[in-house]
Design a protein around this ligand. Structure first.
Ligand SMILES: Cc1cc2nc3c(=O)[nH]c(=O)nc-3n(C[C@H](O)[C@H](O)[C@H](O)COP(=O)(O)O)c2cc1C
Length: 217
């Protein structure tokens, strides 16, 4: 079995006092731990957007030729890592609605692909078909529940997963659904590692891996 490169993007921008590891980062670690149980050779990496400085797309259209952002080397470095990975996990908290740095990343990837596709609809982007999974969560404060009943996960889907899925479609990344209902990824309850993570995370990771490898068990 070949080396499997899994890249996890943690979209949290949480610098809240007392938060040592954001919930998004903890989910990314859980994803890699789960993958490690099932795949012999894995190269996992977590990119925490909170530690990076990105800028929004200016619609200068220079990426039409360069296929890279001419003003944002940090973006370009992330983009190279996405191009090189086999499976991408995007873990995003609910902000208002999606964290700004994740939007900046998606904006630039979208335009790099869209401008070319507009001229030639057979164009396949450099990230064409890379399997991508989306995991969202929310909470209101730090790592806790916003509401005792775990708020409406369908609401989180509508404002976080679905818009991300929409962008992924233009970028030509291949979103892996969880099931018919959760067709744009999963929404998880914000338990911490100590509390025991939502079982859906492990299930989703196994599904994504089984698409890669067939029945790997
Ligand atoms: C700008 C901003 C807006 C937010 N809006 C919402 C919201 O509308 N609904 C919600 O449940 N949580 C909201 N949150 C809380 C985050 O979803 C919560 O802090 C997050 O789940 C924590 O995860 P993290 O540790 O990965 O940052 C917001 C947080 C920020 C910073």
């Amino acid at each position: 079995m070949n080396l499997l490169r899994i890249l996890c993007i943690s979209a949290s921008n949480n610098f809240r006092p007392g938060v040592k590891e954001t919930y998004s980062y903890q989910i990314c670690k859980t994803v890699l731990d789960e993958a490690d149980k099932h795949v012999t050779e894995i190269e996992g990496e977590i990119i925490e957007l909170k530690n990076l400085t990105l800028s929004p797309c200016r619609d200068c259209m220079k990426c039409l030729d360069s296929r890279r952002c001419v003003t944002d080397d940090t973006f370009n470095q992330i983009y190279e890592k996405i191009i090189a990975c086999d499976i991408l996990f995007i873990v995003s908290p609910h902000y208002a609605p999606v964290p700004a740095k994740l939007c900046m990343l998606l904006e630039k990837m979208e335009e790099i692909t869209f401008y070319r596709w507009e001229k030639d609809t057979s164009y396949q982007s450099e990230v064409y078909g890379i399997k991508t999974a989306v995991i969202s969560h929310g909470g209101g404060s730090g790592n806790e529940f916003a509401q005792a009943d775990g708020i409406s996960q369908t609401d989180y889907k509508k404002v976080v997963n679905d818009p991300i899925a929409n962008a992924l479609d233009t970028i030509q990344l291949k979103l892996i659904p969880y099931d018919d209902e959760w067709n744009t990824g999963i929404v998880v309850k914000p338990e911490t590692a100590e509390q025991g993570f939502d079982k859906k995370i492990g299930q989703y990771v196994r599904q994504v891996l089984s698409i890669e490898y067939g029945d790997y068990r």
